[in-house]
Ligand binder design. Structure first.
Ligand SMILES: O=C(O)CCC(=O)N[C@@H](CCC(=O)O)C(=O)O
Ligand SMILES: [Zn+2]
Length: 344
């Protein structure tokens, strides 16, 4: 295999993936410490220690190619695992979602990968991102199904946001129906430096929803800061996240401080506003940060002839983006979580 020596010597799976944008021939080998390494495709590599603990962990980044900080974190972890500077106790699948979009320093090439899961990739003419989404679904499925017995499944899909944010780090808890939200997962997020969580109320075509819904994984989209080009991230801001992820994959068990509701800011989605017209605009500028609240009745957005006004005092905007494709979510609005009893 052409790249195998390079991978074993440098551990630099990121560069190899970037050099092979949409396909890489699979290969498997073993580290001296017994960990089995499987390159599954470009951007997709799994590690299985000799006697794995009971967690199956998926760590994904570069679902959006310009969100570099999570890519740098995963690059460091992968290099350290291959160089045996870190010894795993758990099975881990790393995914760089869209290597071609990393190379062009854009969110995506043709289509937003994070709207193509749970089957949304089929139905329209195929493009590279649709094909990739279908393959990623298969790889995650193979990973979770590749082991039997009592397992705990997790998928942390790491992103950075386009805008600044009043709450720098936050997570999206995908819709899990009537199931309770898990305090232990929120405590893990807090250990990562994430104290703000949005509870979704409907199904989605995101990667984290896919793993949550199809495999019962504890899955989150985690926003670690603001989008920056490679070399411009202040990595000290990600130290807690990195340390917590390292503990997760190298320890048999991790204990987090006891859950305290007061440590968190929990929100629920009030609504999603979709762009349905070419002529779509917000009433506010690009410098308005995520979690900015509006007074009741204030104009939020205009979608052609439709005007959207804040429905409640303090209704706050998340991910406002007037450039999304027609039919897609242009902004989410959130309000403080009303019922916090649904936590176990
Ligand atoms: O800042 C933005 O506008 C987008 C940041 C981002 O990529 N967020 C994810 C959230 C996915 C989710 O809702 O779980 C996305 O939009 O795909
Ligand atoms: Zn993203």
């Amino acid at each position: 295999m052409m790249y195998l020596t390079q991978l074993k010597n440098s551990g630099d799976f990121l560069s190899i993936s970037r050099e092979n944008e949409w396909h890489l021939d699979p290969v498997a080998f073993q580290l001296k410490n017994g960990t089995a390494v499987k390159v599954i495709d470009t951007g997709v590599i799994s590690f299985e220690p000799l006697n794995p603990g009971q967690k199956d962990i998926v760590l994904s980044s570069a679902i959006h190619g310009n969100e570099t900080a999570p890519i740098e974190i995963c690059d460091e972890l992968i290099q350290k695992i291959i160089k045996e500077e870190l010894t795993l106790t758990q099975r881990v699948l790393f995914i760089y979602g869209n290597p071609a979009s990393i190379n062009i320093e854009k969110r995506f090439v043709e289509e937003n990968l994070n709207r193509l899961f749970s089957g949304a990739h089929s139905g329209a003419p195929a493009n590279n991102e649709r094909i990739r989404a279908a393959k990623l679904e298969q790889y995650v499925s193979d990973f979770f199904n590749g082991v039997t017995g009592e397992r705990t499944r997790a998928h942390y899909d790491l992103h950075t946001a386009i805008r600044g944010s009043k709450n720098e780090k936050f997570a999206v808890y995908p819709f899990i129906g009537d199931a309770p939200w898990k305090k232990e997962q929120l405590s893990f997020l807090l250990a990562c430096g994430v104290n703000t969580v949005l509870m979704m109320k409907t199904a989605a075509t995101t990667f984290s929803y896919f793993s949550s819904n199809q495999f019962g994984a504890d899955a989150f989209t985690i926003e670690l800061g603001q989008v920056k080009p490679f070399g411009h991230n202040d990595m000290t801001r990600f130290a807690k996240t990195k340390e917590t992820l390292i503990n997760l994959i190298t320890k048999t068990e991790v204990f987090y401080p006891e859950f305290e509701l007061n440590d968190f800011e929990l929100f629920e989605v009030n609504r999603a506003i979709n762009r349905t017209n070419e002529d779509f605009s917000f009433s506010f500028g690009d410098d308005v940060e995520n979690f900015t609240g509006f007074t009741k009745g204030a104009l939020l957005a205009k979608d052609g002839p439709i005007e959207y006004f804040a429905e409640t005092e303090g209704e706050a905007v998340i991910f406002p983006n007037a450039d999304v494709a027609l039919g897609q979510r242009a902004v989410l609005t959130v309000i403080p979580l009303k019922d916090t009893h649904h936590l176990v």
